[in-house]
Design a protein around this ligand. Structure first.
Ligand code: G4P
Length: 288
């Protein structure tokens, strides 16, 4: 499958981010825990150099826990602070503030030595589309916090959310563009729903998903749909169609309907917690 997805507005987004990053101490980078590598744009290392960095592996509720642990270890080894979370839940948010303070310890200490008290850490959230940036900002900021902007001392046109006495968050997240180094990156982004479905061949996508699941999460399709996982990939999809009564108006098995259903159930976590890629040294045959 050939992925040609590069929205034109990304150049503008990048320029905007370069400007916004100048205003913050800390860059909070959201990744999708199901594809931490493929949902990460390595340019962020250049864009965010000289800034404190925190990686949030979001949608961890949908990812394989062992794989998330492996990725956490991988990024920590590289020197990043990492937290995994479900941005829809407000539960983990206190831990985020603790992590932010830990990451920015040096700045807080430096301020203290200079006699500057209560100067909040300024942070911004970045990540590729659909990774959960807005959800995270909403959960983290909650209702209670004040949005500030266009006040003396506040950059014109910028909205800051004062989270508590220690942290201020830029209201608008920075949008990163996925990096299509190879076709498997595009495939993984498509599977998690980061590429508009209208430009995808859903049938092919479903076949690739079956291939991956059969190799790496053997038994998962059998359990969910009560089918045999053996044989041709297209045959397995037909079995899913049969099992879920995906039929055309004429009463034939509807291959495309089954493909859409399978992808939808994968994305919503109904097939279980699945991660599509592992860090290099963990790599069994687990990647798509
Ligand atoms: P963005 O700003 O980065 O573009 O992403 P956004 O917050 O809009 O989130 C994209 C979708 O991902 C939303 O679902 C959101 O609810 C979901 N989401 C965000 N964080 C998590 C998470 O940690 N776990 C899970 N399971 N889902 C998460 P949606 O279907 O587009 O909208 P809605 O149905 O929630 O309204």
């Amino acid at each position: 499958m050939n992925f040609q997805w590069y929205p034109g507005h990304m150049t503008k987004a990048k320029r905007q981010m370069q400007e916004d990053i100048k205003l913050v101490d800390l860059v909070i980078e959201l990744l999708d825990a199901r594809i931490p590598q493929s949902s990460r744009n390595p340019d962020i290392d250049e864009l965010g150099k000289n800034k404190y960095r925190l990686i949030l592996m979001n949608k961890a509720d949908l990812a394989d826990k062992d794989a998330t642990d492996a990725w956490t270890g991988f990024f920590r080894e590289k020197g990043y602070f990492v937290v995994s979370l479900d941005a829809r839940s407000k539960n983990g948010m206190k831990a985020i503030t603790d992590s932010i303070m830990e990451v920015c310890k040096e700045k807080v200490e430096r301020d203290r030595k200079r006699g500057i008290k209560n100067r909040p850490v300024r942070a911004m959230v970045v990540g590729i589309p659909n990774v959960g940036k807005s959800t995270f900002i909403n959960s983290y900021a909650g209702k209670a916090c004040a949005r500030t902007g266009n006040k003396p001392g506040v950059t014109k046109g910028k909205q800051w959310i004062r989270l508590n006495k220690s942290v201020e968050l830029l209201d608008t997240p920075g949008i990163l563009w996925p990096k299509f180094e190879d076709q498997t990156v595009g495939l993984k982004l498509a599977l998690i729903g980061s590429i508009k479905d209208e430009i995808l061949n859903t049938d092919e996508l479903a076949i690739e998903l079956i291939r991956f699941l059969r190799n790496q999460y053997s038994g998962i399709l059998k359990e969910r749909y009560g089918i045999s996982e053996e044989g041709e990939l297209s045959q397995v999809l037909l079995c899913i169609a049969e099992s879920r009564k995906c039929l055309t108006k004429g009463g034939e098995l509807d291959y495309s309907k089954a493909a859409a259903l399978l992808i939808d159930e994968f994305r919503s976590g109904k097939l279980g917690r699945i991660t599509l890629e592992l860090p290099d040294h963990y790599r069994r045959e687990k990647d798509v």
